[in-house]
Design a protein around this ligand. Structure first.
Ligand code: EPU
Length: 292
């Protein structure tokens, strides 16, 4: 009996993670699992624990940079229909951890619920969005979250109420848990007005960020009271290149990975930007993207 007996249908070995991340860089996952139910996810989590296999959750892959050597252990994606449901009742929205944030946004706007339209253009899944409280100037996901169903790394399922969760700037108390679903309470508004607001926001965002390119979201967190993009721009680093990776001309907190780029190029460019900003401006930048 192998250590993954019983999971043959949902676990694959040696799967390139470049196919599952926005930067399209990096090596394979030792194992990649796409469980089909909460029960199966729980069994898999418990098996990985018994076998001492490290577990990581991959959402939409828009905030992760995988190293060229790949990732040891089990990478789990909640991509099965069981994790992607979205239901709306009055002002309450319940979305699965694997549901795409973009799908949730368009559904709630169509239903005349306000709050999420400012999040338009943020990629990724609900689980990923809650993990690091995705947001922008118009607000974040955490401010609308009233409950969540989570699974621990021992496979136990439990509920979290609003009072039991905390959300800060790109951080949340749920970051070590698997989000199975989340409940949001939004505000009623006119669907037509909301659609217009969302479209306007989308145009502003598309003009400011290189959304169509091979890149992740912002590379660095904004230091308190400052914009990392503005600092990198002011330091004259737009267009700086290492190998196939280049600092975006549109928004300096984005790195574009061109054809033939490697993860090592991206990591070297991140380090170079960090060093230059520290030496020239005395500001320490912290990465927002996760490096696996
Ligand atoms: N700016 C420059 N040069 C640049 C980029 C920005 O001068 O290359 C200036 C802008 O002109 C503006 C200021 O810096 O005056 C702030 O820029 P922006 O409005 O683009 O906001 P930001 O602080 O750079 C944050 C979030 C984004 C989010 C936007 C809009 C972080 C790290 N970034 O960016 O989030 O989309 O606000 O809401 O919090 C992300 O987290 O991945 C992300 C993209």
């Amino acid at each position: 009996m192998s250590m993954l007996t019983g999971f043959e249908d949902v676990v694959r070995a040696d799967v390139p993670l470049s196919e599952h991340t926005w930067m399209h860089l990096g090596g394979p996952a030792e194992f990649l699992a796409e469980p089909t139910s909460v029960e199966q996810l729980g069994e898999l989590i418990r098996r990985c624990r018994e076998e001492e296999l490290p577990v990581r959750l991959l959402g939409g892959g828009s905030n992760v940079l995988v190293r060229d050597e790949g990732v040891k252990g089990m990478v789990i994606m909640l991509s099965a229909p069981a994790f992607e449901s979205i239901s709306i009742e009055k002002r309450r929205v319940v979305a699965g951890g694997g549901a795409k944030l973009g799908h949730v946004i368009s559904n709630v706007v169509r239903s005349g619920l306000a709050g999420f339209e400012t999040l338009v253009g943020i990629p990724g899944t609900i689980g990923g969005a809650l993990h690091s409280n995705a947001g922008g100037r118009g607000g974040d996901v955490g401010q609308w979250t009233v409950a969540a169903t989570v699974m621990t790394h021992t496979g136990e399922v439990s509920q979290r109420t609003r009072e039991e969760m905390s959300f800060g700037y790109r951080e949340s108390s749920l970051h070590e848990l698997i989000v199975l679903d989340a409940t949001f309470e939004l505000e009623e508004d006119d669907p037509e007005l909301l659609t217009k607001r969302m479209q306007k926001q989308w145009i502003v965002k598309k003009a400011a960020q290189p959304l169509a390119h091979q890149s992740a979201g912002c590379i660095f967190k904004n230091p308190r009271g400052m914009s990392a993009g503005m600092l990198i721009d002011q330091a004259g680093l737009k267009g700086t290149r290492i190998g196939g990776c280049v600092v975006s001309d549109r928004h300096a907190n984005f790195i574009i990975a061109e054809e033939g780029a490697s993860s090592a190029d991206a990591l070297a460019l991140i380090e170079d930007i960090r060093n230059q900003i520290e030496q020239r401006l005395g500001v320490e930048l912290e990465t927002e993207i996760e490096i696996w």
